[in-house]
Design a protein around this ligand. Structure first.
Ligand SMILES: [Zn+2]
Length: 256
């Protein structure tokens, strides 16, 4: 079983980044009945040698820190007693990244991000807050120092806000390489999360997750949260297999 990755939870604007609230509610109902959804901290301590979770264990994560997680996802998580983690672009909190300009196909109304009060309320409600970098720049495009600085600053902003250590980071767009993984470790994280679109190295600094996309129904969640799915999703044969795996449609390009 694997770690799931969502982005926004709101009515779609034709983007791969959002899941409709009604679909998300159905996912939560199914996961609560059929899976053991655990906090990410528990999940990482149970990963096997191939970075998969045992038994029916899974974890729910959200990238980008969109306000729709607070407005639309939280009540469904709470209703079913499901823990989750939100990876936040901390420049949105400090004003250095005031608008969401990293989405390839933004909606007509700019996407709102979580403010400090909402982050604290989410943690209070059992949702873990973690880092998605400070600026959402693609880390592989930065120098070693820029990359480390971006990741370290993000961790420090969150630790100041939450008054606890922040051990988790998810790479913007899932992009990483050996330099980025080393920078994440130097920046003080214990685990970093990726979003593989194909064969990729895996380690504590590249823990793979599976993206959930619009139109993914309960059947897709059942499939994607299966232990067998991750090796399939990251295999070279996936572009052909996906034609067979109806309902597991990935986006046509990499997403946030
Ligand atoms: Zn992102």
């Amino acid at each position: 079983v694997t770690i799931l990755c969502y982005h926004a939870v709101q009515e779609g604007w034709g983007s791969a980044l959002t899941v409709a609230p009604a679909d998300f509610g159905a996912h939560c109902r199914w996961l609560a009945a059929h899976r053991e959804v655990v906090p990410l901290a528990d999940a990482v301590s149970h990963l096997d040698a191939r970075w998969r979770l045992p038994g029916r264990m899974t974890a729910i994560t959200f990238d980008d820190g969109f306000r729709s997680v607070y407005e639309n996802a939280l009540r469904e998580l709470a209703r079913h007693g499901l823990p989750a983690t939100v990876f936040v672009v901390t420049g949105t909190l400090t004003g250095e990244r005031p608008t969401v300009d990293w989405v390839d196909d933004p909606p007509p109304t700019p996407l709102a991000t979580l403010d400090s009060g909402e982050l604290l309320a989410l943690e209070e409600a059992g949702v873990t807050i973690a880092s998605h970098g400070h600026t959402h720049r693609v880390l592989t495009s930065l120098s070693d120092e820029e990359c480390e600085r971006d990741l370290r600053r993000s961790r420090e902003v969150l630790e100041d806000l939450m008054h606890r250590t922040v051990p988790f980071v998810a790479y913007p767009r899932g992009e990483h390489n050996a330099r980025v993984r080393a920078a994440a470790e130097r920046a003080g994280y214990s685990y970093a999360f990726s979003l593989p679109e194909g064969p990729e190295p895996t380690s504590a600094y590249a823990v793979p997750r599976i993206g959930v996309f619009p139109g993914n129904g309960v059947r897709s969640i059942a499939l994607k949260s299966r232990r067998e799915y991750l090796p399939v999703r990251t295999s070279r044969a996936y572009p052909w297999l996906r034609l067979v795996l109806k309902g597991a449609r990935p986006p046509s390009r990499r997403v946030g």
